[in-house]
Design a protein around this ligand. Structure first.
Ligand code: C2E
Ligand code: CA
Ligand code: CA
Length: 584
C-alpha cells in the first residue's frame, strides 16, 4: 500500500488529515499507529490555533523525522531543517494556488463549532482534503528522495543502491541510523554488562580513493559492512556513520574482550584485494548511561582521532584529558586572533652558552602566551593546534619581528648583539615564498645584520618541498639550524639534501644516548660527523653537570638548557647580555 492509499484509508475512517498523513508514514519510523495518532493529535491541536492546513503540519513532522532533525544540539542540521521547512511550504503553496490555511482549503473554519458541523454535514473533509493530502505526500516523497540522493551521493554510496529504489526502501535507509540509535538505547537500558562504543576509520582513505578510484573505495566499504555483519552478534550493533567512519556498540565483560574483538575484526578487514588498509580504532567505555548518545559517540571519535596520530598503536581508549584538550582547542581557536591584536604573545629568550668559555653565544626565541585570565600558556599547548589551522604563521611573524627589534635595540644601545634563532614552522616551508619575503622585509626595516637572525627548522620526514624551501632560504643568506635532531623522524638523508649550518641535538636523543655505552658511542660519532661536515653542533635541554662534562669530553661545546638558564623575558636576557658586555 502506498503512503497516499494508506492516508486516504485513514481519512475514510474519520481520522483528521494530520493523523491520516502522519499515520501513513508511521511504519517508516518504527512508530505504531496509536503513538502516531497521539503525536499528530497534539500537533493538530496546535495547528488549529495557527490555522495552517493539517496536512502541512503532519508533513513537516514526517519531513523532520525522515531527515532526522531532532537534535537540538546540531545547529547545522537545524538550519538545514528550517530551509527544508520553508521549501516545503513554498512548494505546497504553489501547488495549491496560494492556499496554505485550513480555512482557505475547506472554505470553512474547523475551530468554529457551527462551521464544523456544516463541514461534517456536507462531507467537505472527504471532498477537499484528499487533494491537499495528495499534494503533501507527493511533495514529501519528492523531497525525501532528493535528500536521500544527496546523502547517497555524499556518503551512503555504501550499500548497493538498486537503480529504481522506491520511496519506502529509501526511507528505510534513513531510518537505519534511527534504528541503530534505538537499538543502542535499548542495550544501554537493558544490558547488565558493560557497554563499549568502538569507532573506526581507514587511514588515508582519500588516498586509497585517489589511487584506486572511487568505485574501488566503495567496494572496500561494502566489504567492511559485510565483515561487520558477520562479526557482530545479536547484541552488537554497527552503523556506517559517514564515508569511511564506522561505529560498533557492544556489550563486554572486560576491556581485554573489547581489544580482542577489534583485533579479530582488524584481521578480517585489514586487507582488501591485496590493498593494505590501516584502520584506527577509538573506544569509549560507557560509565554514565544517562549521557546523551551523541556525547558517547563524540568520545569514541576523539579516541579514534588520537589513535590516528599514534605511532605505537591503532587502538586507543578514550581518556578524560582528550575532552580537556578539545576545550583547549576551542579556547585557542576563539582567542588566538585577539591575542595577536592585544599583543598577548611574548617573546622569551633562552640563552645558548659555550661550555669552554662560559659565555652567552646566542639565544633561542620562544613564544609564550600571556592570557589576561588564564595566565601563562606554553607553546606545546597551542602550537600544534595553530599549526593545524595555519595561524602559526601569524604567531611566527610576530616573534620574528620581536627578535629583529630586540637585535636592533642591542645595536642601538651599544650592547654586543648575540644571534637570536627563531622557530620556523614547517607550514611556512610548504607554501610560496611569503616567509622569505617577510623575513627580508623585517631585516631591511630594522636594519639588522642578517646573520644575527638564525632560523630553526624541524624536519620530520624526507620532504622534497621543505628541502627546496630551506635551500632557497640558504641562498638568501640565512643561517639554518636543524632543530630536534635525533627526535625520531629526522634522518641523515636530510643532512645530505638540506644545507644546514648547525645541528641542534634533541634533549630526548641526548638523554637516551647517555644511558648506555653504545649510546655514548653514537653520540660521539654524531659529534665527529658534525665536525667533519663542518657543521655547528648545539645540545639542547642540558640540565645536569654530568651532561655538561660528557658533552665537553666528546667535543660538543655549545649548549642550551636549564643547567645554564631557562627561557626568560627579553628584558632579562638584555640585562644578562649587558652584564656580560661589561665584563669583557
Ligand atoms: P623547541 O624548539 O625544541 O624548544 C625548546 C624547548 O625546550 C623549549 O620549550 C624550552 O623551554 C625547552 N627547554 C630548554 N631547555 C630545557 C631543559 O633544560 N629542560 C627541559 N625540560 N626543557 C628545556 P618551550 O618554550 O615550551 O617550547 C616548546 C616548543 O614549542 C619548541 O620546542 C618549539 O618547537 C615550539 N615553539 C616555541 N616557540 C615557537 C615559535 O615562536 N614558533 C614556532 N613555530 N614554534 C615555537
Ligand atoms: Ca627550536
Ligand atoms: Ca628543539
Amino acid at each position: 500500500m502506498t503512503h497516499l492509499e494508506k492516508a486516504e484509508e485513514l481519512l475514510q475512517q474519520q481520522y483528521h488529515c494530520s493523523q491520516a498523513l502522519f499515520g501513513a508514514f508511521a511504519g517508516d519510523f518504527g512508530l505504531d499507529l496509536k503513538t502516531a495518532f497521539k503525536v499528530s493529535t497534539c500537533f493538530g491541536g496546535g495547528m488549529r490555533q495557527g490555522g495552517t492546513c493539517g496536512c502541512i503540519t503532519a508533513a513537516l513532522m514526517v519531513l523532520g523525522m525522515g531527515l532526522g532533525f531532532y537534535d537540538s544540539q546540531d545547529r547545522e542540521l537545524e538550519m538545514y531543517g528550517n530551509k527544508k521547512t520553508d521549501e516545503f511550504i513554498q512548494r505546497f503553496r504553489e501547488k495549491m494556488d496560494g492556499k496554505v490555511n485550513c480555512r482557505e482549503i475547506l472554505g470553512k473554519d474547523i475551530s468554529v463549532p457551527i462551521e464544523m458541523a456544516e463541514i461534517r454535514q456536507q462531507g467537505l473533509i472527504l471532498k477537499t482534503c484528499p487533494s491537499a493530502m495528495s499534494v503533501s505526500i507527493h511533495l514529501l516523497e519528492e523531497m525525501l528522495e532528493e535528500y536521500l540522493k544527496e546523502v547517497a551521493e555524499s556518503s551512503i554510496a555504501l550499500e548497493d543502491i538498486p537503480e529504481n529504489e522506491d520511496m519506502q526502501s529509501l526511507l528505510k535507509r534513513v531510518s537505519k541510523r534511527n534504528r541503530f540509535n534505538r537499538n543502542v538505547n535499548n542495550l544501554l537500558f537493558a544490558s547488565k554488562k558493560d557497554i563499549g562504543f568502538i569507532q573506526f576509520d581507514i587511514r588515508k582513505f582519500k588516498i586509497v580513493n585517489d589511487l584506486y578510484g572511487e568505485k574501488f573505495g566503495d567496494e572496500i566499504l561494502y566489504f567492511i559492512i559485510r565483515q561487520l555483519r558477520e562479526n557482530c552478534s545479536e547484541n552488537q550493533f554497527f552503523v556506517n556513520l559517514r564515508s569511511d567512519v564506522f561505529m560498533v556498540v557492544t556489550e563486554y565483560e572486560n576491556a581485554q574482550e573489547l581489544v580482542e574483538f577489534i583485533q579479530e575484526l582488524d584481521e578480517r578487514i585489514s586487507y582488501y584485494k591485496n590493498v593494505r588498509l590501516q584502520l584506527s580504532y577509538g573506544i569509549y567505555t560507557v560509565e554514565d548511561r544517562n549521557m546523551e548518545l551523541r556525547q558517547m559517540e563524540d568520545r569514541a571519535a576523539m579516541a579514534r582521532k588520537r589513535a590516528k596520530n599514534n605511532v605505537l598503536t591503532n587502538i586507543l581508549f578514550y581518556q578524560e584529558q582528550f575532552k580537556d584538550s578539545l576545550y583547549n582547542r576551542k579556547f585557542i581557536e576563539e582567542n588566538m586572533q585577539l591575542a595577536i591584536t592585544e599583543r598577548q604573545f611574548q617573546m622569551y629568550l633562552q640563552p645558548k652558552y659555550s661550555i669552554a668559555q662560559n659565555v652567552i653565544i646566542g639565544a633561542e626565541a620562544l613564544v609564550r602566551w600571556k592570557h589576561p585570565e588564564k595566565g601563562l600558556i606554553y607553546p606545546n599547548q597551542f602550537i600544534p593546534i595553530i599549526e593545524e589551522n595555519g595561524f602559526v604563521k601569524k604567531v611566527d611573524y610576530y616573534i620574528w619581528s620581536e627578535a629583529c627589534h630586540f637585535i636592533r635595540r642591542c645595536q642601538e644601545e651599544g650592547v654586543d648583539p648575540a644571534p637570536i634563532s627563531v622557530n620556523v614552522s614547517r607550514i611556512h616551508l610548504r607554501d610560496d615564498d611569503e616567509c622569505i619575503q617577510i623575513l627580508s622585509e623585517m631585516i631591511e626595516e630594522t636594519g639588522i645584520r642578517k646573520e644575527l637572525l638564525e632560523l630553526e627548522i624541524t624536519e620530520t620526514a624526507d620532504d622534497q618541498q621543505i628541502s627546496n624551501k630551506a635551500l632557497r632560504l640558504k641562498e638568501e643568506g640565512f643561517t639554518l639550524l636543524m632543530d630536534d635532531f635525533g627526535s625520531g623522524y629526522s634522518s641523515l638523508n636530510i643532512l645530505l639534501e638540506t644545507p644546514f649550518d648547525v645541528i641542534k641535538l634533541d634533549k630526548k636523543f641526548m638523554e637516551n644516548m647517555m644511558v648506555s655505552r653504545k649510546g655514548r658511542l653514537i653520540l660521539e660519532q654524531v659529534v665527529a660527523m658534525a665536525n667533519k661536515l663542518e657543521l655547528g653542533l648545539l645540545a639542547e635541554g642540558v640540565e645536569t653537570k654530568e651532561q655538561i662534562d660528557l658533552l665537553q669530553s666528546i667535543g660538543c661545546d655549545q649548549v642550551q638548557g636549564y643547567y645554564y638558564a631557562k627561557p626568560m623575558p627579553a628584558e632579562d636576557f638584555f640585562a644578562l647580555l649587558k652584564e656580560q658586555n661589561a665584563l669583557v
